[in-house]
Design a protein around this ligand. Sequence first.
Ligand code: ZN
Length: 338
Amino acid sequence: MTERYSRQERFTPIGPGGQAQLANKHVFIVGAGALGCANAEMLTRAGVGKITIIDRDYIEWSNLGRQQLYTENDAASLKTKASAAEQRLRAMNSEIKVQGIAQEFEAETAEALVDGADFLIDGTDNFQTRFVINDVAAKIKVPWVYGGCLKSYGIVLPIVPGTTPCLHCLIDHLPQEGSTCDTVGIIGPAVQMTAAYQSAECLKFLTGHSMTVEMVYADVWGREYSSINISGLLNPECPSCSRDAVFPYLKKEKGLKTAMLCGRNTVQVRPDQLSTLSLSDLSSHLENVTDRMKENAELLMFHVEDVRFVVFKDGRTLIHGTENVEEAKKLYQKYIGA
Ligand SMILES: [Zn+2]
């Protein structure tokens, strides 16, 4: 196996010394969509000693166009992204540890989940989760790299808590939400380019180099590139990264929690306390209300009242076919109970 990393070791800034450092590092990737998959594959093949990848979703056919760790078989069998990613990454490199976690990355559990990580990678598609990453990274003082891509462009920003501006410092300078990959589309090359900048910064940091803490904007189709110095935007009173930080995005919520999913006409509903649900009990209760049900070891899918439910073992549920949060809560209470 000594040949495995030989080309990377010949790259002088890494060398055999950097390669040995990588073997002792733990990278935590939030999101196993397009960016998460691409970063995970590069870092797995690069020999990072431990990779954890967390994702709340299951694989759909529309993912196969650019989410490189998944196959048609995964989509047909409704596999969670976390379990399919873990399986695929292990097959690529058996010398490292890989763990996939089929959960949401959220305020309640974030700090415990990232315990021991050396670096965090943003593979999400929403600012709600990115602010949780930002706060937890600031709290445990671990660097991370923001990544976002849409259409043919990508934006990448490395963040070193306490040294560079954090996402919260930049809150008024961030791109506005409103267009998503589901509404304006995206091409695979934009994903690969964005992930490449993220993974390169990660490899720099893990092998003892300084990251280039500038915001990169690049368009792979229009051939545009700019790197923007944002060091003057550090807010000395930032609620997330200053000395008096209160980490507002790590505050816990009470009651049924809801979240709209990135332009997908879908609401996620989850109970206050996650617990293990018996999917087979649930499916037998539902036999009277629907005859369109599909089940595997990880989730139960059924159609009812013009919406499609996907219920995970921990009670977390995706309701496809609505963007109305109140309606989604009512449907959840009616069919799953709370
Ligand atoms: Zn800040």
